[in-house]
Write a protein that binds this ligand. Structure first.
Ligand code: GLA
Length: 678
């Protein structure tokens, strides 16, 4: 009936009427905005639920049965007009952000199994309107979160992953704006994000009467969940919200919602520590001494967490062997991990370690012992990616084995942090151990078991934090973020490329979870040379890490790094928890500027990047946002400088309406400032 600006509680609505038949070709059902519709009768838009019964019937017409309202939750129960298939829609409102969480629960109360061929979490109906624009991201490995905007027109756009996992090709969120403003922070925006780390789809449709609807849930491609008599199926949560402050306002609502409601320790998720990770420095060539030497250097700069990456286990010399064999490699760590862990603790840091639990190299003891544990179709090829196969986590034995070794690793070692990686997508997703009718349940059962392992580990080891990584940002969604404290944004650590990747990322996800490392220059990605200061400032827009080879650093590099890390610690609460404003987006010009304002309004942080000077033009004046007009703020540079005329102190009004002239000239230049409210 309504999705938009908050209305007074006293406002009432008349019961909605069915849409009117357009012609004999488009009956009432297909032009009515439905909350959740079964595929049956005259329905040509995306169904929420499509079922096949054992007798061949595929018609499903859901009708209202009852509803229940609790504090911030409403549930609506529906039933097929003839058969005992029930669907309960659940709605949970977060009053602070207006973000509504929706799911559907399907109950099979018939006497036999039913096959769910399409089961979505929810459909969102936008108000009737023209000129809508869809915002979403596309990407791939090392090129995640590239922002796209396109008109919503007659027909359908499907964002999806058929990969078995969230994937980097699209990310499961959308924003639709009313097309009235180019300003980040103006105009109406409707948005949503799906909490699911398996194959997913979000379909944006404009139907024949120009109604716009968005339907999302598990990907219908190759789907077919066998739901036995008496069983229930719970969909993922699909979160949706509304902002009248543009896509910027919509992002800020999402960030706040994630920090306060999604991240595992919400609302008391810890501030991200500054970490060091050795991957780009050593790749697979990790040794106890080598890691200790890096740890010493990292600790001196103010790093708080030391993470050893791939290569510490099994016969892992490169990516051809070892995955699956989760014992410490004796050649590299003759006395096990303890001496390194003790050393790291002695240096005042906590210790983290890389794992890739869902994968196996064919060249491993595990695969030699259990070749049947991987996804496969009997007698068919097993397509490798990075020389590895995917373990079928839907199997109970694989689930139990995985939980057991991870639990043991965390029990026997003082580990504060797991980097949980996932370096390929699915192929041949067969599950020969179960009946052909049940094999497609793998799309759901795999993910449920993945979530279960994360949940069990968190319960058994409450202090341990986890990062979700999939060759970079290939597994970032609100499902996994409920169980992991941070995500690896991209394997692309080129600080300039990162500006656009991070910009796309923050449309949907909070900078509190967005890990960003400072790595070596020239970068392996583009062979681009960037100053250490620039690299730091780019990474300081998220949760800071360092991934450079410290053995190659000079004294002045350590001095710069120590200074920047100290500065970051002063602003990180604002960056990670604050309100993000995109003042100039990296996609649209020669500059990129962001501002974060602390929740309590006492601090604001400004980052400015110049891609390339041309024709002696100055950097455009930067007008801040989100400050109090009359309050006085002092401005202090973290790096770079403002013009000589810039006052040391001025009102919020001055900073917002007059602005700051940032002095940047050259190629790949950067500056940052902190504003403190008096
Ligand atoms: C993936 C990750 C990297 C690193 C390597 C290790 O690519 O994204 O950060 O951990 O695996 O093999």
């Amino acid at each position: 009936m309504y999705w938009g600006h908050r209305l007074p509680a006293s406002q009432e609505f008349a019961a909605p009427k069915q849409g009117k038949e357009v012609a004999s070709f488009d009956g009432p059902v297909t032009v009515t905005p439905h909350e959740y519709i079964g595929w049956g009768g005259v329905l040509y838009v995306e169904p929420d639920l499509k079922v096949t019964f054992p007798d061949g019937n595929r018609d499903l017409v859901l009708q209202y049965v009852s509803s229940e309202a609790k504090a911030n939750e409403i549930s609506v129960r529906m039933k097929d007009i003839e058969r005992a298939v029930f669907v309960t829609l659940v709605y949970r409102m977060d009053a602070a952000t207006g973000v509504l969480a929706r799911e559907a629960v399907v109950e099979n109360e018939t006497k036999g199994p039913i096959r769910l061929e399409q089961v979505q979490a929810a459909t969102w109906n936008l108000p009737r309107g023209d000129h809508y624009r869809l915002h979403y991201v596309t990407g791939r490995w090392a090129g995640e979160d590239s922002l796209k905007v396109q008109p919503v027109q007659g027909g359908k756009t499907v964002l999806e992953s058929r990969r078995g996992t969230t994937g980097a090709q699209n990310n499961p969120w959308f924003m639709i704006d009313d097309g009235t403003s180019e300003d980040q922070d103006a105009g109406e925006v409707w948005f949503g994000a799906l909490g699911w780390s398996g194959s997913w789809q979000i379909a944006i449709e404009q139907n024949v009467v120009k109604d716009v609807r968005v339907t999302g849930g598990s990907n219908a491609f190759d789907f077919g969940y066998q739901l036995k008599a008496g069983e229930t199926f719970e969909t993922p949560w699909f979160y949706g919200g509304y902002s009248h402050a543009g896509v910027g306002g919509a992002s800020r609502l999402l960030h706040r919602f994630e920090v306060d409601n999604i991240l595992p320790n919400h609302p008391h998720e810890k501030i991200r520590p500054v970490l060091y990770n050795s991957w780009e420095a050593t790749t697979f060539a990790v040794t106890a001494e080598g890691q200790m030497a890096l740890a010493e250097k990292a600790a001196k700069m103010g790093v708080e967490r030391f993470v050893i990456d791939d290569g510490w286990f099994g016969q892992r010399k490169d990516d051809h062997a070892g995955l699956g064999d989760w014992y410490v490699n004796k050649e590299k760590f003759p006395q096990g991990l303890k001496p390194l862990i003790d050393k790291v603790h002695g240096l005042g840091m906590d210790f983290g370690i890389w794992v890739e639990p869902e994968m196996v190299n064919p060249d491993s003891d595990l695969y030699r012992k259990h070749p049947d544990w991987v996804l496969n179709f009997t007698g068919r090829p097993r397509t490798e990616g990075r020389n590895q196969l995917v373990l079928n986590l839907a199997r109970k034995d694989v689930h139990d084995y995985t939980l057991e070794w991870l639990d043991k690793l965390l029990t026997e070692n003082r580990i504060a942090f797991l980097k949980w990686d996932y370096n390929r997508n699915w192929a041949e997703p067969g599950w020969p151990a179960v009946s052909p009718e049940e094999q497609k349940n793998v799309y759901v059962d795999f993910i449920r078991n993945y979530y279960d392992i994360l949940e069990q580990l968190r319960k058994r080891h409450p202090g341990v934090e986890i990062e979700s990584c999939s060759g970079g940002g290939g597994r970032v969604d609100l499902g996994v973020m409920k169980l992991t404290d941070e995500v690896w944004t991209s394997d692309n650590t080129d600080a300039y490329d990162r500006l656009t990747i991070q910009n796309g990322f923050t449309y949907a996800y909070t900078p509190a979870a967005m890990m960003a490392w400072v790595t070596d220059s020239p970068t392996w990605v583009n062979n681009r040379t960037l100053s250490l200061e620039y690299r730091f400032l780019s990474s300081m827009q998220g949760s800071l890490g360092v991934g450079a080879n410290l053995n190659h650093w000079k004294d002045e590099d350590f001095a710069t790094a120590s200074k920047m890390i100290a500065a970051y610690k002063e602003i990180r609460e604002t960056v990670q928890r604050g309100e993000l404003y995109r003042l100039m987006e990296p996609e649209t010009g020669e500059q990129s500027v962001t501002e974060s304002v602390a929740r309590d309004g006492k601090q604001a942080v400004l980052f400015a990047f110049l891609h390339s000077s041309t024709k002696n033009y100055p950097f455009p004046r930067v007008k801040l946002r989100g400050l109090e007009e009359d309050a006085v703020y002092s401005l202090k540079p973290i790096a770079g400088k403002a013009s000589e005329e810039t006052p040391v102190k001025a009102t919020g009004g001055y900073w917002m309406h007059h602005g700051v002239d940032v002095m940047l000239k050259g190629d790949f230049q950067a500056a940052a400032f902190v504003l403190t409210r008096e």
